[in-house]
Ligand binder design. Structure first.
Ligand SMILES: [Zn+2]
Length: 116
């Protein structure tokens, strides 16, 4: 069960983008990476493939290691460690900040119905 999911807000904890927050645009589970909006921008050279598309440089987000980001708890607004617990027979994520302890929703809803 992935700790970070699409739509989550995360904070970068290391590197050039340290402290920066953004929304997870994509999770790449097979490589343990995430693409975070506005983070890890790289320039890509684009070659024209048609008459319409022009050759040029675009800026895109390169994937980051999941271990380089922490989830931002929507309740305490801190970059936190998370845990999993059972709630109403469902496995949910929760904030490990001892002063908070909130259940952390998916972007799709407060609690995700999941089998994994
Ligand atoms: Zn919290």
């Amino acid at each position: 069960m992935a700790k970070v999911r699409k739509g989550d807000t995360v904070q970068v904890i290391t590197g050039k983008y340290k402290q920066k927050r953004g929304t997870v645009k994509r999770v790449l589970p097979e490589s343990n990476k995430v693409i975070v909006e506005g983070v890890n921008i790289v320039k890509r050279h684009i070659k024209a493939r048609s008459q319409i598309r022009q050759t040029g440089i675009v800026e895109v987000e390169a994937p980051l290691q999941v271990s380089n980001v922490m989830l931002v708890c929507p309740r305490c607004n801190e970059a936190v460690r998370i845990g999993f617990r059972e709630e109403n027979n469902e496995k949910v994520r929760f904030c490990k900040n001892s002063a908070c302890g909130a259940t952390i929703p998916d972007a799709t809803g407060w609690v995700r119905h999941t089998a994994d």
